[in-house]
Design a protein. Structure first.
Length: 285
């Protein structure tokens, strides 16, 4: 078996030289682009080594990591309110040997719940039979940017233009906004903005409410909870974050940096999304 590294971009690639991976699961087909700040390039000839601002994706950005996923759902009836993204590990995390770490994790969980009200966290204690650990949140309210394209060619991959331009959250009445389909064009009743950040906040707030209602034992309304992804549309999901320093693989927690390798019990970070079919989690990617 030959192990190969995934092509990681560092944000300084020349136009048209971003490296992507085409992939296909039972439920989704598309392409993914990874960017990590200051990472080494597999193809030095494709990188502008002297670019500091112009031509450098990470210039003037706080983030240290970006993932772009673009593609099509392959099957109908996948409910948006059933889809999650996050992290999962088979082995328990190494946090119980350090009382300060446990304290900081509890603080982190409180902050995380405020930022993502629908977050579910499962951290088993040592000796617990089920050692799986996970942190899941709704896919639609977790992605930093989501765009919908209705003008697509059938059976194509999407790697040619992925990552060439910055992505902005569209206005909720725009056909490229996912809220346009969730709300059946009724979002004129909600406050909109030409500002991408404000549009992003609106999507997250509204879908957190939809997700909570859909998973409540006593839902208050039926609208939107059964909205599904279309196999006719192309979807782009952008994820990024700033808390992880990939130079030395540490995470910045309050007052201190912690090495992720030991915290995660030497398990990797995930780039994943899936949906629940009954009790079973089916992976989109």
């Amino acid at each position: 078996m030959i192990e190969k590294s995934l092509p990681i971009n560092n944000g300084k690639e020349f136009q048209g030289k971003n490296k992507v991976v085409d992939f296909e699961s039972d439920w989704f087909r598309g392409s993914v682009l990874f960017r990590i700040k200051n990472s080494n390039s597999l193809f030095e000839e494709d990188v502008c080594s002297n670019c500091k601002k112009k031509g450098n994706y990470f210039a003037n950005k706080k983030r240290t990591f970006q993932v772009l996923i673009k593609g099509k759902f392959l099957k109908n009836n996948i409910k948006m309110s059933d889809c999650i993204t996050g992290q999962s590990w088979d082995k328990p995390l190494s946090i119980f040997e350090d009382k300060k770490m446990q304290y900081l994790v509890n603080i982190g969980k409180s902050v995380a719940y405020r930022l993502s009200p629908q977050l579910t966290i499962k951290i088993p204690v040592p000796g617990e039979k089920d050692s799986e650990t996970h942190l899941y949140s709704p896919l639609i309210s977790t992605a930093q940017v989501i765009k919908v394209n209705t003008n697509t060619d059938e059976d194509q991959y999407f790697s040619t233009e992925l990552g060439q331009t910055d992505h902005e959250e569209p206005h909720s009445t725009d056909p490229t906004s996912i809220l346009h389909y969730i709300l059946n064009n009724e979002s004129n009743n909600h406050q909109n903005s030409n500002n991408s950040v404000q549009n992003q906040k609106l999507r997250k707030k509204m879908f957190n409410s939809i997700y909570a209602n859909a998973h409540s034992p006593t839902p208050k309304y039926d609208d939107a909870k059964d909205v599904t992804f279309s196999t006719e549309h192309e979807y782009t999901f952008e994820f990024y974050q700033h808390m992880i320093d990939f130079d030395d693989f540490h995470i910045q927690l309050p007052f201190k940096k912690y090495p992720l390798s030991s915290v995660l019990n030497h398990q990797p970070l995930n780039v994943m999304a899936g949906f629940y079919s009954g009790e079973d989690l089916r992976y989109l990617w």
